[in-house]
Design a protein around this ligand. Structure first.
Ligand SMILES: Cc1cc2nc3c(=O)[nH]c(=O)nc-3n(C[C@H](O)[C@H](O)[C@H](O)COP(=O)(O)OP(=O)(O)OC[C@H]3O[C@@H](n4cnc5c(N)ncnc54)[C@H](O)[C@@H]3O)c2cc1C
Length: 413
């Protein structure tokens, strides 16, 4: 079978790229070994985040370093055996999250996130997925003056970028979220962001829309990718598919695919967990709330209240160790009247993360016809349709709506 383009990976990123290519008139085959939106894109916190101006940084304060070092921080956990492997990546993260690094990140991420709502909206409408969408933002909940003051850099950057956030008092927060049991020192409403009540459901709806446009979704192993005399070929359940252009959108598995082709990129897996709960006595959570000092959030989802954790540094394929979930259960139950657990075990996924916290978008250096669209870290749901448009524009040869130079893989070579 011959097609114009193959997209490898049917998460939020790959499905979005496939839709954009198809909308631009290309014949597209989307390939995954699972269904659409069943891996990392299934279990995230559901925020289409407008204002992520400060990346998750390497800890600098001594107290933080000690807490992280002793594996006591609720926000991050690590497997000691993984540390030698991840050390160069962490060192690069440290370099990228000094003051100048954060300024640069804020500028470059804003160019992408400011387009996120506008890219999702027409897709949500076309995919008839409005039932998943809420447009009233989310909250950061600060317990202490110290915690709140540490957000100053974020607030300064957000103000400079024209973001619509609002600092509110404990009393006002109580009116908005009357069933939250604890009183914040302050809360911040990030009203420009949207939230999704079933991230996996949204990606599946986008994939159905792709199918309705005449796109093909085939089961196959991306590792069968090989160069041919005329382009690229992948083996699928429906046979060998050949194309001139192939998009790599395999999330945390992307670097594995590229290594045999001589391209080594510093992609790490920042593992994270979620668990759903019912609510006691009909309590309602109206918005997603991040308990900043404790490094987790609770979000109202279709399946119940979803608690998601911060980062776990461990081999992507090592068995789950949901110690953060266990530590956080009593903390979260004090914040909100959580009731029965609705999952047999915590879900685990791996954020595909590069050390400058930006995705890779652009051609694969030295591999004609291969295109890279991965490494979206904490923002893959947000940015999938944004980078999907960019990669489609590059493949078609249209001027990209954002200059992709700073996002290209060459920055790591
Ligand atoms: C706890 C948590 C909370 C998060 N919260 C948010 C949030 O609120 N907002 C936000 O924007 N982002 C959030 N994220 C990040 C977001 O989920 C990811 O950035 C995003 O899902 C990455 O999408 P992807 O399509 O690149 O990867 P994936 O969704 O993992 O998709 C990759 C696809 O590749 C397929 N694949 C892999 N290997 C092969 C192979 N050999 N052959 C065939 N197919 C293969 C997989 O089956 C999968 O379908 C969160 C992540 C976590 C873990």
């Amino acid at each position: 079978m011959r097609t114009d383009a193959i997209v490898l990976g049917a998460g939020a990123v790959g499905v979005s790229a496939a839709v954009h290519l198809r909308q631009k008139g290309r014949q597209v085959v989307l390939v995954d070994r699972r269904g659409a939106g069943e891996e990392t894109s299934f279990g995230n916190a559901g925020i289409i985040e407008r204002d992520p101006y400060v990346p998750v940084a390497f800890p600098r304060a001594l107290g933080d370093l000690v807490r992280y070092g002793l594996n006591l921080s609720p926000a991050a956990h690590y497997h000691l055996s993984h540390m030698p492997k991840i050390a160069p990546w962490l060192w690069a993260l440290r370099r990228n999250t000094d003051t100048a690094g954060i300024e640069r990140y804020a500028r470059l991420i804003a160019l992408l996130t400011e387009r996120a709502n506008a890219e999702h909206e027409p897709l949500i409408i076309a995919a008839k997925a409005e039932r998943f969408l809420k447009k009233d933002g989310w909250f950061r909940f600060y317990r202490t003056d110290k915690g709140f003051r540490e957000a100053q850099q974020l607030h300064d950057l957000a103000s400079r970028h024209g973001s619509s956030f609002r600092i509110i008092s404990a009393e006002e927060f109580r009116e908005i979220e009357p069933d939250i049991l604890e009183v914040p020192y302050k809360a911040v409403h990030w009203s420009g962001s949207w939230t999704i009540s079933s991230p996996g459901g949204l990606v599946a709806a986008y994939a159905d829309y792709f199918h309705s446009l005449g796109g093909a979704f085939l089961s196959g192993d991306a590792r069968s990718l090989r160069k041919t005399d005329t382009g690229w070929a992948v083996t699928t359940a429906a046979g060998v598919v050949e194309a001139d252009d192939v998009v790599v959108a395999l999330g945390p598995w992307s670097a594995d695919l590229l290594k045999p082709f001589g391209l080594t990129l510093p992609l790490a897996a920042k593992r994270g967990y979620h668990l759903h709960f019912g609510s006691r006595d009909g309590a309602t959570l109206n918005h997603t709330v991040v308990d900043v000092e404790n490094g987790y959030l609770i979000a109202p989802m279709d399946k119940g209240i979803r608690l998601t954790t911060g980062i776990e540094f461990a081999d992507r394929d090592a068995a789950p160790t949901p110690v953060q979930v266990e530590r956080l259960k009593p903390v979260a139950k004090k914040l909100f009247p959580l009731a029965e657990e609705r999952d047999e075990a915590p879900w685990m996924g791996s954020r595909p993360a590069l050390p400058d916290s930006l995705p890779i978008v652009g051609p694969a250096p030295g591999l004609n016809g291969l295109w890279l669209d991965f490494g979206h870290g904490h923002l893959g749901l947000t940015l999938g349709p944004v980078t999907g448009r960019l990669i489609a524009e590059l493949i078609i040869g249209e001027p990209p709506s954002v200059d992709v130079t700073p996002y290209r893989a060459e920055r790591f070579l």
